[in-house]
Design a protein. Structure first.
Length: 209
DNA sequence: AAGTCACA
DNA sequence: CGGC
């Protein structure tokens, strides 16, 4: 891992661990993601109903993956929507990280891999497609810095913005598990980790109790 | 609204 | 905001 030091609780259940992963750990993760994307290619998810494409590209690893399409909407499923193959397994280093810091007895079932090109965004939303809200959502940032926005349990609650940098870990757990959050912008050229630019976000989730 | 946009 |  890396520095066990800094740990900021923004509000109950929201834990920010800036710089938790050192450069070597980040490079190792990028290599693992590269292998995952070879087997489970990135695809463009679309909004339920409208079919409007999102700006991020997406894939998953783990027994379950989060997917969305025009007809069936948001859900978890065991196979890639394009290749129909099972998702690749979650890398051991990610399972280790979860076991060390998630504070939850069971392993994650899903690791959503979101790739943000420098123009991509993610609207304010809640992660609420899981059946187990007692498990936290653990988020890892790799590559270019983003402007992350986090609010409360209501869409209209006041939000705060913070920059998430490569190697930062953010945990939504406890009272913060269902907080609205999103990505307002990517800052191009702020990291040398991904040679082609952009940002990768990994979110580890427990889906079922 | 896991969407976009305008405006202060 | 407004199309679903």
């Amino acid at each position: 891992m890396a520095s066990a030091g800094k740990e900021l609780s923004l509000s109950p259940g929201l834990l920010y661990r800036p710089g938790l992963l050192d450069r070597a750990a980040q490079e190792n993760l990028v290599e693992q993601i590269r292998a995952i994307v070879e087997r489970a290619p990135l695809y463009v998810p679309v909004m339920p109903g409208s079919g409007r494409p999102m700006s991020v590209r997406m894939t998953n690893c783990g027994p379950l993956g989060w997917v969305t399409d025009k007809e069936r909407g948001y859900r978890y499923q065991p196979t890639h929507p394009v290749t129909r193959e099972p998702w690749p397994p979650i890398p051991a280093v990610l399972l280790d990280l979860w076991r060390e810091i998630a504070g939850y007895g069971k392993d994650p079932e899903a690791c959503l891999v979101n790739f943000y090109a420098d123009e991509a965004k993610m609207g304010l939303h809640q992660d609420r497609d899981e059946t187990d809200f007692s498990a936290p959502v653990l988020s890892i940032s790799l590559g270019n810095t983003c402007l992350f926005r986090i609010g409360g349990l209501l869409r209209t609650d006041r939000t705060r913005s913070l920059k998430l940098e490569s190697g930062d870990v953010f945990i939504l757990g406890g009272e913060g598990r269902l907080c609205f959050h999103g990505v307002d912008r990517i800052y191009p050229g702020t990291s040398t980790l991904l040679k082609a630019g952009g940002r990768i976000n990994l979110t580890l989730r427990r889906v079922n109790p």
